[in-house]
Design a binder for this molecule. Structure first.
Ligand code: B12
Ligand code: SF4
Length: 529
Protein backbone atom coordinates (compact mmCIF):
# COMPACT_ATOMS: atom_id res chain seq x y z
CA UNK A 1 0.00 0.00 0.00
CA UNK A 2 1.15 3.59 -0.67
CA UNK A 3 0.91 5.73 2.46
CA UNK A 4 1.41 9.48 2.37
CA UNK A 5 2.28 11.02 5.75
CA UNK A 6 1.84 14.67 6.59
CA UNK A 7 3.70 16.50 9.37
CA UNK A 8 1.67 19.71 9.58
CA UNK A 9 4.16 21.78 11.52
CA UNK A 10 3.38 25.42 10.78
CA UNK A 11 5.52 27.02 13.48
CA UNK A 12 8.88 25.92 12.15
CA UNK A 13 9.59 24.11 15.41
CA UNK A 14 12.17 21.63 14.25
CA UNK A 15 12.99 18.42 16.05
CA UNK A 16 11.87 15.08 14.82
CA UNK A 17 8.63 13.80 16.43
CA UNK A 18 9.25 10.32 17.83
CA UNK A 19 5.56 9.27 17.63
CA UNK A 20 5.14 9.88 13.89
CA UNK A 21 8.61 8.47 13.20
CA UNK A 22 7.60 5.22 14.89
CA UNK A 23 4.37 4.98 12.90
CA UNK A 24 6.26 5.49 9.63
CA UNK A 25 8.87 2.96 10.74
CA UNK A 26 6.22 0.30 11.45
CA UNK A 27 4.58 0.89 8.06
CA UNK A 28 7.84 0.72 6.14
CA UNK A 29 9.03 -2.35 8.08
CA UNK A 30 5.80 -4.01 6.96
CA UNK A 31 6.75 -3.52 3.32
CA UNK A 32 4.55 -0.56 2.42
CA UNK A 33 5.65 2.48 0.46
CA UNK A 34 6.03 5.59 2.62
CA UNK A 35 6.28 9.25 1.59
CA UNK A 36 6.39 12.23 3.93
CA UNK A 37 5.29 15.82 3.35
CA UNK A 38 6.84 17.83 6.16
CA UNK A 39 6.03 21.54 6.29
CA UNK A 40 8.55 22.35 9.05
CA UNK A 41 11.14 24.10 6.92
CA UNK A 42 8.77 25.42 4.25
CA UNK A 43 6.50 28.06 5.53
CA UNK A 44 8.41 30.16 7.95
CA UNK A 45 11.16 32.69 7.56
CA UNK A 46 12.45 31.53 10.90
CA UNK A 47 11.61 29.20 13.73
CA UNK A 48 8.83 31.31 15.25
CA UNK A 49 8.88 29.54 18.57
CA UNK A 50 12.63 30.02 18.94
CA UNK A 51 12.59 33.64 17.76
CA UNK A 52 9.94 34.58 20.33
CA UNK A 53 12.08 32.99 23.05
CA UNK A 54 15.18 34.80 21.75
CA UNK A 55 13.30 38.12 21.67
CA UNK A 56 12.47 37.98 25.37
CA UNK A 57 15.90 36.64 26.36
CA UNK A 58 14.82 33.10 27.26
CA UNK A 59 17.34 31.37 24.98
CA UNK A 60 20.70 32.38 23.58
CA UNK A 61 20.42 33.47 19.92
CA UNK A 62 21.62 30.99 17.31
CA UNK A 63 21.90 31.77 13.59
CA UNK A 64 19.56 29.61 11.58
CA UNK A 65 20.27 31.15 8.16
CA UNK A 66 19.23 28.99 5.21
CA UNK A 67 17.07 26.76 7.37
CA UNK A 68 13.76 27.87 5.92
CA UNK A 69 12.53 27.90 2.33
CA UNK A 70 10.30 30.92 2.89
CA UNK A 71 7.55 29.60 0.65
CA UNK A 72 4.20 31.37 0.57
CA UNK A 73 1.11 29.59 1.86
CA UNK A 74 -0.08 29.17 -1.74
CA UNK A 75 3.21 27.60 -2.81
CA UNK A 76 3.11 25.09 0.04
CA UNK A 77 -0.47 24.20 -0.75
CA UNK A 78 0.26 23.66 -4.44
CA UNK A 79 3.30 21.51 -3.57
CA UNK A 80 1.07 19.42 -1.34
CA UNK A 81 -1.65 19.04 -3.96
CA UNK A 82 0.96 18.16 -6.60
CA UNK A 83 2.43 15.45 -4.37
CA UNK A 84 -1.02 13.98 -3.64
CA UNK A 85 -1.88 13.94 -7.36
CA UNK A 86 1.42 12.40 -8.41
CA UNK A 87 1.90 9.86 -5.61
CA UNK A 88 -1.78 8.82 -5.60
CA UNK A 89 -1.64 7.40 -2.05
CA UNK A 90 -3.96 4.65 -0.91
CA UNK A 91 -3.98 6.23 2.52
CA UNK A 92 -3.14 9.67 3.94
CA UNK A 93 -2.01 9.85 7.57
CA UNK A 94 -1.09 12.67 9.88
CA UNK A 95 -0.25 13.49 13.48
CA UNK A 96 -2.03 16.36 15.22
CA UNK A 97 -1.27 18.66 18.16
CA UNK A 98 -3.97 21.22 18.86
CA UNK A 99 -1.83 24.17 17.75
CA UNK A 100 -1.57 22.62 14.27
CA UNK A 101 -5.10 21.26 13.92
CA UNK A 102 -6.56 24.07 11.84
CA UNK A 103 -3.56 23.94 9.52
CA UNK A 104 -3.79 20.14 9.21
CA UNK A 105 -7.53 20.43 8.51
CA UNK A 106 -6.85 22.85 5.65
CA UNK A 107 -4.23 20.57 4.03
CA UNK A 108 -6.36 17.45 4.47
CA UNK A 109 -9.31 19.25 2.85
CA UNK A 110 -7.15 20.15 -0.15
CA UNK A 111 -6.01 16.53 -0.48
CA UNK A 112 -9.62 15.36 -0.36
CA UNK A 113 -10.55 17.83 -3.10
CA UNK A 114 -8.11 16.27 -5.60
CA UNK A 115 -7.80 12.63 -4.58
CA UNK A 116 -10.06 10.00 -3.11
CA UNK A 117 -8.08 8.27 -0.33
CA UNK A 118 -9.07 7.73 3.29
CA UNK A 119 -7.49 10.01 5.89
CA UNK A 120 -6.25 8.72 9.26
CA UNK A 121 -5.21 10.92 12.17
CA UNK A 122 -3.43 10.17 15.43
CA UNK A 123 -1.37 11.98 18.06
CA UNK A 124 -2.00 14.08 21.16
CA UNK A 125 -5.20 15.82 20.21
CA UNK A 126 -7.00 12.88 18.56
CA UNK A 127 -6.10 10.82 21.64
CA UNK A 128 -7.85 13.15 24.08
CA UNK A 129 -10.88 14.29 22.03
CA UNK A 130 -11.60 11.47 19.55
CA UNK A 131 -15.36 11.92 19.76
CA UNK A 132 -15.06 15.57 18.78
CA UNK A 133 -12.54 15.13 15.97
CA UNK A 134 -14.11 12.16 14.23
CA UNK A 135 -16.97 14.48 13.18
CA UNK A 136 -14.48 16.37 10.98
CA UNK A 137 -15.52 15.69 7.34
CA UNK A 138 -11.83 15.52 6.29
CA UNK A 139 -11.09 12.67 8.72
CA UNK A 140 -12.14 9.07 8.01
CA UNK A 141 -10.34 7.18 10.77
CA UNK A 142 -8.88 8.28 14.07
CA UNK A 143 -6.42 6.28 16.17
CA UNK A 144 -6.71 6.93 19.89
CA UNK A 145 -3.50 6.48 21.89
CA UNK A 146 -0.54 4.40 20.77
CA UNK A 147 -0.62 3.82 17.03
CA UNK A 148 2.09 1.20 16.42
CA UNK A 149 -0.30 -1.77 16.48
CA UNK A 150 -3.55 -0.02 15.56
CA UNK A 151 -2.22 1.60 12.40
CA UNK A 152 -0.66 -1.63 11.14
CA UNK A 153 -3.92 -3.48 11.73
CA UNK A 154 -5.90 -0.74 10.03
CA UNK A 155 -3.78 -1.08 6.89
CA UNK A 156 -4.18 -4.87 6.98
CA UNK A 157 -7.96 -4.52 7.33
CA UNK A 158 -8.20 -2.01 4.48
CA UNK A 159 -6.15 -4.27 2.22
CA UNK A 160 -8.16 -7.37 3.15
CA UNK A 161 -11.80 -6.36 2.87
CA UNK A 162 -12.24 -2.90 4.37
CA UNK A 163 -13.87 -4.21 7.56
CA UNK A 164 -12.22 -2.12 10.29
CA UNK A 165 -14.48 -3.16 13.15
CA UNK A 166 -11.79 -5.37 14.74
CA UNK A 167 -8.98 -2.80 14.52
CA UNK A 168 -8.11 -1.66 18.06
CA UNK A 169 -8.09 1.97 19.27
CA UNK A 170 -10.07 3.07 16.22
CA UNK A 171 -12.80 5.70 15.79
CA UNK A 172 -14.79 6.12 12.59
CA UNK A 173 -18.24 7.04 11.39
CA UNK A 174 -20.65 4.55 9.87
CA UNK A 175 -23.63 6.21 8.19
CA UNK A 176 -23.25 9.24 10.44
CA UNK A 177 -22.99 7.13 13.61
CA UNK A 178 -19.74 7.39 15.58
CA UNK A 179 -18.16 4.02 16.32
CA UNK A 180 -15.16 3.09 18.39
CA UNK A 181 -13.51 -0.26 18.81
CA UNK A 182 -12.07 0.08 22.33
CA UNK A 183 -8.51 0.29 23.54
CA UNK A 184 -5.95 -2.47 23.79
CA UNK A 185 -3.42 -2.55 26.65
CA UNK A 186 -0.43 -0.24 26.38
CA UNK A 187 2.53 -1.74 24.53
CA UNK A 188 5.52 -3.36 26.16
CA UNK A 189 8.03 -0.60 25.42
CA UNK A 190 10.76 -3.12 24.67
CA UNK A 191 8.76 -4.37 21.70
CA UNK A 192 8.64 -1.03 19.94
CA UNK A 193 10.96 -1.04 16.89
CA UNK A 194 14.02 1.19 16.65
CA UNK A 195 13.19 4.47 14.94
CA UNK A 196 14.07 4.88 11.26
CA UNK A 197 15.13 8.47 10.76
CA UNK A 198 15.76 8.66 7.03
CA UNK A 199 12.27 10.02 6.34
CA UNK A 200 13.29 13.36 7.86
CA UNK A 201 15.28 16.34 6.65
CA UNK A 202 18.66 16.33 8.43
CA UNK A 203 17.95 19.84 9.71
CA UNK A 204 15.56 18.28 12.25
CA UNK A 205 18.57 16.83 14.02
CA UNK A 206 20.45 20.10 14.39
CA UNK A 207 19.25 21.46 17.66
CA UNK A 208 20.20 24.79 19.20
CA UNK A 209 21.05 24.19 22.86
CA UNK A 210 22.78 26.66 25.15
CA UNK A 211 23.75 28.88 22.21
CA UNK A 212 25.29 26.07 20.10
CA UNK A 213 23.99 23.78 17.37
CA UNK A 214 24.18 20.06 18.16
CA UNK A 215 23.63 16.92 16.09
CA UNK A 216 20.83 15.67 18.22
CA UNK A 217 18.89 12.44 18.54
CA UNK A 218 15.50 12.14 20.21
CA UNK A 219 14.68 9.02 22.16
CA UNK A 220 12.27 7.61 24.74
CA UNK A 221 13.15 5.81 27.97
CA UNK A 222 9.59 5.88 29.30
CA UNK A 223 6.08 7.04 28.47
CA UNK A 224 3.60 8.84 30.69
CA UNK A 225 3.61 10.30 34.16
CA UNK A 226 1.88 9.32 37.40
CA UNK A 227 1.11 12.86 38.57
CA UNK A 228 -2.23 14.54 38.18
CA UNK A 229 -1.60 18.11 37.07
CA UNK A 230 -4.67 19.98 35.89
CA UNK A 231 -2.99 21.34 32.75
CA UNK A 232 -1.24 18.21 31.49
CA UNK A 233 -2.16 15.65 28.86
CA UNK A 234 -1.07 12.83 31.18
CA UNK A 235 -4.11 13.43 33.37
CA UNK A 236 -6.36 12.92 30.31
CA UNK A 237 -4.51 9.69 29.51
CA UNK A 238 -5.06 8.47 33.09
CA UNK A 239 -8.78 9.28 33.11
CA UNK A 240 -9.87 8.68 29.50
CA UNK A 241 -7.64 5.69 28.65
CA UNK A 242 -7.95 3.83 31.92
CA UNK A 243 -8.78 0.55 30.15
CA UNK A 244 -5.34 0.60 28.44
CA UNK A 245 -3.57 0.14 31.79
CA UNK A 246 -1.09 2.17 33.80
CA UNK A 247 -0.12 5.32 31.92
CA UNK A 248 3.40 5.28 33.29
CA UNK A 249 5.48 2.60 31.56
CA UNK A 250 9.19 2.06 31.10
CA UNK A 251 11.59 0.84 28.47
CA UNK A 252 14.45 -1.28 29.81
CA UNK A 253 17.86 0.43 30.01
CA UNK A 254 19.34 -2.22 27.71
CA UNK A 255 16.76 -1.68 24.96
CA UNK A 256 17.02 2.10 25.17
CA UNK A 257 20.79 2.04 24.94
CA UNK A 258 20.80 -0.44 22.06
CA UNK A 259 18.55 1.89 20.06
CA UNK A 260 20.75 4.93 20.73
CA UNK A 261 23.88 2.97 19.74
CA UNK A 262 22.20 1.66 16.60
CA UNK A 263 21.23 5.15 15.44
CA UNK A 264 24.49 6.72 16.49
CA UNK A 265 26.46 4.45 14.16
CA UNK A 266 25.13 6.49 11.28
CA UNK A 267 24.46 9.87 12.88
CA UNK A 268 27.42 10.71 15.14
CA UNK A 269 25.26 12.46 17.68
CA UNK A 270 26.66 15.20 19.90
CA UNK A 271 23.55 15.44 22.08
CA UNK A 272 20.69 13.13 23.01
CA UNK A 273 17.39 14.58 24.16
CA UNK A 274 14.90 12.33 25.87
CA UNK A 275 11.22 12.96 25.17
CA UNK A 276 10.10 11.49 28.52
CA UNK A 277 7.88 13.60 30.75
CA UNK A 278 9.44 12.20 33.92
CA UNK A 279 12.73 10.52 33.07
CA UNK A 280 13.81 9.66 36.62
CA UNK A 281 10.38 8.52 37.82
CA UNK A 282 11.32 4.83 38.11
CA UNK A 283 13.12 2.35 40.36
CA UNK A 284 16.63 3.44 41.49
CA UNK A 285 18.02 0.04 40.42
CA UNK A 286 16.92 0.54 36.81
CA UNK A 287 18.32 4.04 36.79
CA UNK A 288 21.65 2.82 38.13
CA UNK A 289 21.78 0.25 35.34
CA UNK A 290 21.05 2.97 32.79
CA UNK A 291 23.75 5.32 34.13
CA UNK A 292 26.32 2.51 34.11
CA UNK A 293 25.52 1.34 30.58
CA UNK A 294 25.37 4.89 29.24
CA UNK A 295 28.77 5.72 30.71
CA UNK A 296 30.37 2.54 29.41
CA UNK A 297 28.72 2.22 26.00
CA UNK A 298 27.29 5.55 24.83
CA UNK A 299 29.00 8.52 26.48
CA UNK A 300 27.03 11.12 24.51
CA UNK A 301 25.95 14.19 26.52
CA UNK A 302 22.25 13.92 27.24
CA UNK A 303 19.35 16.05 28.38
CA UNK A 304 16.23 15.05 30.31
CA UNK A 305 12.89 16.29 31.61
CA UNK A 306 11.94 15.08 35.05
CA UNK A 307 9.82 15.91 38.08
CA UNK A 308 11.44 17.77 40.95
CA UNK A 309 11.01 15.05 43.61
CA UNK A 310 12.99 12.59 41.48
CA UNK A 311 16.33 14.43 41.72
CA UNK A 312 18.36 13.58 44.82
CA UNK A 313 21.81 13.21 46.34
CA UNK A 314 21.94 9.61 45.16
CA UNK A 315 21.17 9.97 41.45
CA UNK A 316 22.64 13.44 40.71
CA UNK A 317 26.31 12.34 40.97
CA UNK A 318 25.48 9.34 38.77
CA UNK A 319 23.69 11.55 36.27
CA UNK A 320 26.68 13.88 36.14
CA UNK A 321 29.19 11.08 35.77
CA UNK A 322 27.26 9.43 32.97
CA UNK A 323 27.06 12.64 30.91
CA UNK A 324 23.78 14.34 31.78
CA UNK A 325 24.20 18.00 30.82
CA UNK A 326 20.74 19.38 31.37
CA UNK A 327 17.65 18.76 33.46
CA UNK A 328 14.36 20.49 32.71
CA UNK A 329 11.90 20.83 35.56
CA UNK A 330 8.26 21.93 35.44
CA UNK A 331 8.45 24.56 38.16
CA UNK A 332 5.42 26.42 36.75
CA UNK A 333 4.76 28.76 39.68
CA UNK A 334 6.29 30.31 42.77
CA UNK A 335 3.00 30.42 44.61
CA UNK A 336 2.52 27.39 46.84
CA UNK A 337 -1.22 27.99 46.75
CA UNK A 338 -1.46 28.15 42.97
CA UNK A 339 0.72 25.06 42.71
CA UNK A 340 -1.40 23.05 45.10
CA UNK A 341 -4.90 24.24 44.25
CA UNK A 342 -4.95 25.52 40.68
CA UNK A 343 -2.27 23.44 39.02
CA UNK A 344 -2.85 20.45 41.27
CA UNK A 345 0.86 19.69 41.34
CA UNK A 346 0.92 18.18 44.81
CA UNK A 347 2.18 19.34 48.16
CA UNK A 348 5.76 20.31 47.30
CA UNK A 349 6.53 23.87 48.37
CA UNK A 350 9.00 26.56 47.31
CA UNK A 351 11.51 25.47 49.97
CA UNK A 352 11.54 21.97 48.51
CA UNK A 353 12.06 23.29 44.97
CA UNK A 354 14.91 25.54 46.15
CA UNK A 355 16.68 22.62 47.84
CA UNK A 356 16.47 20.54 44.67
CA UNK A 357 17.67 23.33 42.36
CA UNK A 358 20.58 23.89 44.77
CA UNK A 359 21.45 20.19 44.50
CA UNK A 360 21.56 20.36 40.70
CA UNK A 361 23.94 23.30 41.02
CA UNK A 362 26.02 21.39 43.56
CA UNK A 363 26.51 18.57 41.06
CA UNK A 364 27.09 21.05 38.23
CA UNK A 365 24.21 20.01 36.03
CA UNK A 366 22.49 22.84 34.19
CA UNK A 367 18.83 23.11 35.09
CA UNK A 368 15.96 24.77 33.27
CA UNK A 369 12.95 25.90 35.27
CA UNK A 370 9.85 25.96 33.10
CA UNK A 371 7.14 28.36 34.21
CA UNK A 372 3.54 29.05 33.28
CA UNK A 373 1.75 32.38 33.28
CA UNK A 374 -1.97 33.12 32.99
CA UNK A 375 -3.65 30.27 34.86
CA UNK A 376 -7.32 31.24 35.23
CA UNK A 377 -7.58 32.67 38.72
CA UNK A 378 -3.93 33.79 38.95
CA UNK A 379 -3.31 37.40 39.99
CA UNK A 380 -0.34 39.57 39.13
CA UNK A 381 0.66 39.14 42.78
CA UNK A 382 0.89 35.38 42.30
CA UNK A 383 3.12 35.76 39.27
CA UNK A 384 5.49 38.01 41.18
CA UNK A 385 5.90 35.07 43.59
CA UNK A 386 7.00 33.07 40.53
CA UNK A 387 9.43 35.81 39.52
CA UNK A 388 10.86 35.92 43.05
CA UNK A 389 11.39 32.16 43.21
CA UNK A 390 13.11 32.12 39.80
CA UNK A 391 15.30 35.03 40.90
CA UNK A 392 16.36 33.04 43.96
CA UNK A 393 17.19 30.05 41.78
CA UNK A 394 19.24 32.23 39.42
CA UNK A 395 21.16 33.58 42.38
CA UNK A 396 22.38 30.03 43.09
CA UNK A 397 24.50 30.16 39.94
CA UNK A 398 23.68 32.17 36.80
CA UNK A 399 25.68 29.79 34.59
CA UNK A 400 24.04 26.60 35.78
CA UNK A 401 20.43 27.79 35.84
CA UNK A 402 18.14 28.79 33.00
CA UNK A 403 14.47 29.66 32.68
CA UNK A 404 11.50 29.48 30.38
CA UNK A 405 8.00 30.86 30.58
CA UNK A 406 4.95 30.20 28.46
CA UNK A 407 1.29 31.11 28.55
CA UNK A 408 -1.26 28.69 29.96
CA UNK A 409 -3.29 27.39 27.00
CA UNK A 410 -6.66 25.67 27.18
CA UNK A 411 -5.71 22.40 25.52
CA UNK A 412 -8.72 20.15 25.14
CA UNK A 413 -8.73 17.20 27.51
CA UNK A 414 -7.37 19.20 30.44
CA UNK A 415 -9.13 20.52 33.53
CA UNK A 416 -7.97 23.99 32.45
CA UNK A 417 -10.00 23.54 29.25
CA UNK A 418 -13.04 22.36 31.24
CA UNK A 419 -12.81 25.43 33.48
CA UNK A 420 -12.23 27.77 30.56
CA UNK A 421 -15.42 26.48 28.95
CA UNK A 422 -17.41 26.68 32.19
CA UNK A 423 -16.38 30.29 32.78
CA UNK A 424 -16.50 31.33 29.13
CA UNK A 425 -12.80 32.18 29.16
CA UNK A 426 -12.46 30.89 25.60
CA UNK A 427 -14.91 31.20 22.74
CA UNK A 428 -15.82 27.64 21.88
CA UNK A 429 -16.26 26.48 18.30
CA UNK A 430 -19.46 24.71 17.31
CA UNK A 431 -18.13 23.47 13.93
CA UNK A 432 -18.16 19.68 13.37
CA UNK A 433 -14.75 18.29 14.25
CA UNK A 434 -13.90 21.34 16.39
CA UNK A 435 -16.73 21.47 18.93
CA UNK A 436 -15.56 22.92 22.23
CA UNK A 437 -12.14 23.93 20.90
CA UNK A 438 -11.08 27.53 21.38
CA UNK A 439 -11.85 29.59 18.27
CA UNK A 440 -8.83 31.75 19.00
CA UNK A 441 -5.40 30.68 17.80
CA UNK A 442 -4.17 28.07 20.29
CA UNK A 443 -0.62 28.78 21.38
CA UNK A 444 1.44 28.83 24.54
CA UNK A 445 4.18 30.99 23.04
CA UNK A 446 2.73 33.99 21.28
CA UNK A 447 0.01 35.39 23.52
CA UNK A 448 -2.46 34.37 26.23
CA UNK A 449 -5.39 32.60 24.60
CA UNK A 450 -7.46 32.17 27.77
CA UNK A 451 -9.10 35.20 29.33
CA UNK A 452 -8.14 35.40 32.97
CA UNK A 453 -10.71 37.12 35.18
CA UNK A 454 -7.88 38.09 37.53
CA UNK A 455 -5.32 39.60 35.14
CA UNK A 456 -5.76 41.54 31.89
CA UNK A 457 -4.29 40.19 28.66
CA UNK A 458 -2.06 43.26 28.31
CA UNK A 459 -0.59 42.87 31.79
CA UNK A 460 -0.06 39.15 31.23
CA UNK A 461 1.90 39.89 28.06
CA UNK A 462 3.97 42.57 29.75
CA UNK A 463 4.91 40.21 32.57
CA UNK A 464 5.83 37.51 30.07
CA UNK A 465 8.07 39.83 28.07
CA UNK A 466 9.74 41.26 31.18
CA UNK A 467 10.17 37.94 32.98
CA UNK A 468 13.88 37.57 32.21
CA UNK A 469 14.53 41.24 32.99
CA UNK A 470 13.07 40.78 36.47
CA UNK A 471 15.10 37.65 37.06
CA UNK A 472 18.35 39.23 35.86
CA UNK A 473 17.72 42.37 37.88
CA UNK A 474 17.43 44.61 34.79
CA UNK A 475 13.99 45.51 36.12
CA UNK A 476 13.14 45.96 39.76
CA UNK A 477 10.28 44.09 41.35
CA UNK A 478 7.78 46.75 42.48
CA UNK A 479 8.01 47.40 46.22
CA UNK A 480 4.45 46.36 46.89
CA UNK A 481 5.27 42.84 45.76
CA UNK A 482 8.23 42.65 48.10
CA UNK A 483 6.42 43.71 51.26
CA UNK A 484 3.26 42.69 53.00
CA UNK A 485 0.49 44.83 51.62
CA UNK A 486 -3.15 44.44 52.66
CA UNK A 487 -4.31 45.65 49.22
CA UNK A 488 -2.61 42.75 47.46
CA UNK A 489 -4.81 40.00 46.08
CA UNK A 490 -3.75 36.42 45.92
CA UNK A 491 -5.28 33.40 44.27
CA UNK A 492 -6.64 32.02 47.52
CA UNK A 493 -9.14 34.82 47.89
CA UNK A 494 -11.31 34.13 44.90
CA UNK A 495 -14.45 32.08 44.27
CA UNK A 496 -13.11 30.60 40.99
CA UNK A 497 -11.38 28.01 43.13
CA UNK A 498 -14.54 26.10 43.86
CA UNK A 499 -14.42 25.09 40.19
CA UNK A 500 -10.94 23.66 40.59
CA UNK A 501 -12.32 21.64 43.49
CA UNK A 502 -15.03 20.30 41.17
CA UNK A 503 -12.43 18.83 38.82
CA UNK A 504 -10.21 17.26 41.48
CA UNK A 505 -10.90 13.80 40.09
CA UNK A 506 -9.75 14.86 36.63
CA UNK A 507 -10.98 16.33 33.36
CA UNK A 508 -14.42 15.55 31.96
CA UNK A 509 -14.44 14.46 28.29
CA UNK A 510 -16.02 16.85 25.82
CA UNK A 511 -19.18 15.47 24.29
CA UNK A 512 -19.72 17.32 20.99
CA UNK A 513 -23.50 16.98 21.33
CA UNK A 514 -23.40 19.09 24.46
CA UNK A 515 -21.32 21.93 23.06
CA UNK A 516 -23.59 24.94 22.66
CA UNK A 517 -22.77 28.65 22.78
CA UNK A 518 -22.40 29.49 26.48
CA UNK A 519 -24.83 31.85 28.20
CA UNK A 520 -22.22 32.80 30.85
CA UNK A 521 -20.58 36.16 30.30
CA UNK A 522 -16.94 36.68 30.97
CA UNK A 523 -16.27 39.03 33.84
CA UNK A 524 -12.89 40.79 34.03
CA UNK A 525 -12.37 41.54 37.70
CA UNK A 526 -9.24 43.59 37.36
CA UNK A 527 -9.22 46.85 35.47
CA UNK A 528 -7.13 47.18 32.31
CA UNK A 529 -4.17 49.54 32.74
C1 B12 B 1 8.58 15.62 22.77
C2 B12 B 1 7.48 16.65 22.66
C3 B12 B 1 7.63 17.63 21.71
C4 B12 B 1 8.70 17.59 20.65
C5 B12 B 1 8.22 16.68 19.49
C6 B12 B 1 6.80 17.05 19.02
C7 B12 B 1 5.97 15.91 18.52
N1 B12 B 1 5.03 16.26 17.63
O1 B12 B 1 6.14 14.74 18.88
C8 B12 B 1 8.82 19.09 20.26
C9 B12 B 1 9.86 19.72 21.15
C10 B12 B 1 9.15 19.38 18.80
C11 B12 B 1 7.46 19.58 20.66
C12 B12 B 1 6.93 20.71 20.15
C13 B12 B 1 5.67 21.13 20.45
N2 B12 B 1 4.86 20.64 21.38
CO1 B12 B 1 5.25 19.08 22.40
N3 B12 B 1 5.46 17.56 23.43
C14 B12 B 1 6.34 16.61 23.50
C15 B12 B 1 6.00 15.59 24.61
C16 B12 B 1 6.72 15.98 25.87
C17 B12 B 1 6.28 14.12 24.29
C18 B12 B 1 5.76 13.68 22.91
C19 B12 B 1 6.32 12.31 22.59
O2 B12 B 1 7.32 12.19 21.92
N4 B12 B 1 5.69 11.27 23.11
C20 B12 B 1 6.07 9.91 22.83
C21 B12 B 1 5.44 9.47 21.50
C22 B12 B 1 5.81 8.05 21.17
O3 B12 B 1 4.04 9.59 21.68
P1 B12 B 1 3.09 10.42 20.70
O4 B12 B 1 3.80 11.54 20.08
O5 B12 B 1 1.85 10.71 21.41
O6 B12 B 1 2.79 9.36 19.54
C23 B12 B 1 2.05 8.19 19.75
C24 B12 B 1 0.53 8.36 19.57
O7 B12 B 1 0.07 9.67 19.82
C25 B12 B 1 0.24 7.90 18.18
N5 B12 B 1 0.43 8.81 17.05
C26 B12 B 1 1.12 9.95 16.94
N6 B12 B 1 1.05 10.42 15.68
C27 B12 B 1 0.33 9.56 14.97
C28 B12 B 1 -0.05 9.58 13.63
C29 B12 B 1 -0.83 8.53 13.14
C30 B12 B 1 -1.24 8.51 11.72
C31 B12 B 1 -1.25 7.48 14.01
C32 B12 B 1 -2.08 6.39 13.51
C33 B12 B 1 -0.89 7.49 15.36
C34 B12 B 1 -0.09 8.52 15.81
O8 B12 B 1 1.18 6.84 18.04
C35 B12 B 1 2.44 7.26 18.60
C36 B12 B 1 3.23 6.07 19.04
O9 B12 B 1 2.56 5.35 20.04
C37 B12 B 1 4.45 15.81 24.72
C38 B12 B 1 3.83 15.44 26.07
C39 B12 B 1 3.29 14.03 26.00
N7 B12 B 1 3.46 13.31 27.05
O10 B12 B 1 2.71 13.59 25.02
C40 B12 B 1 4.33 17.29 24.38
C41 B12 B 1 3.07 17.80 23.63
C42 B12 B 1 2.73 16.83 22.54
N8 B12 B 1 3.50 19.04 23.02
C43 B12 B 1 2.58 19.91 23.00
C44 B12 B 1 2.72 21.17 22.39
C45 B12 B 1 1.64 22.18 22.65
C46 B12 B 1 3.81 21.46 21.58
C47 B12 B 1 4.06 22.75 20.79
C48 B12 B 1 2.88 23.41 20.15
C49 B12 B 1 4.82 23.68 21.74
C50 B12 B 1 5.02 25.08 21.21
N9 B12 B 1 6.02 25.29 20.43
O11 B12 B 1 4.25 25.95 21.50
C51 B12 B 1 5.04 22.27 19.72
C52 B12 B 1 4.31 21.73 18.47
C53 B12 B 1 5.21 20.98 17.51
C54 B12 B 1 4.46 20.08 16.56
N10 B12 B 1 3.95 20.63 15.47
O12 B12 B 1 4.32 18.88 16.82
C55 B12 B 1 1.33 19.44 23.72
C56 B12 B 1 0.18 19.15 22.76
C57 B12 B 1 -1.14 19.49 23.38
C58 B12 B 1 -2.29 19.03 22.56
N11 B12 B 1 -3.31 18.61 23.24
O13 B12 B 1 -2.30 19.05 21.37
C59 B12 B 1 1.85 18.19 24.53
C60 B12 B 1 0.85 17.07 24.71
C61 B12 B 1 2.33 18.74 25.91
C62 B12 B 1 1.21 19.28 26.75
N12 B12 B 1 1.03 20.59 26.75
O14 B12 B 1 0.48 18.59 27.42
N13 B12 B 1 6.88 18.77 21.55
S1 SF4 C 1 4.39 16.29 36.69
FE1 SF4 C 1 4.69 17.12 34.64
S2 SF4 C 1 4.42 15.39 33.23
FE2 SF4 C 1 3.63 14.77 35.24
S3 SF4 C 1 1.43 15.17 35.12
FE3 SF4 C 1 2.42 17.00 36.01
S4 SF4 C 1 2.87 18.33 34.29
FE4 SF4 C 1 2.41 16.30 33.47
Amino acid sequence: MKVLFLYPNHEGYFRCPVGLTLIMTVVENDGHEVKLFDTTFMNSDNNQDNSKREDVGLVKPVTLDNYFDKKSTNEIESDWIKLVEEFKPDLIATTIVEDAYTYAHRLLGLAKSVHDAPVVVGGSMPTVVPKVMIENPNIDYLVEGEGEVAFKELIDALIKDGDVSQVPNLWYQDNGITKNTGLVKYLDMDEIPFQKLDFWDDKHFTKPYDGKLHVTGFFEFSRGCMHRCHYCINRAFQVFQEEAGKVRRNKSPRRCIDEVKHINKKRNLTLVMFTDDNFLGRKPKELEEFFKLWKEEVKIPYWINTCIETVNEHNLPLLKESGCVGIAIGLETGSDWVRRNLLFKGKMDNKFYMEKFALMVKYEIRSTANNILGVPGEYEEDFFETIKLNKEIRALDPELTSFDVSFMAAYMGTVIHNISLDLNLIEASTEPGFKGMSKGKITMRHEPTIKNPCMSKERTMELHDDFVKYINGEKDIPKKFLQDDTERRFADSDEIYSLYEKYKSGPIPIDPVLVIPSPVTFHQRVKKK
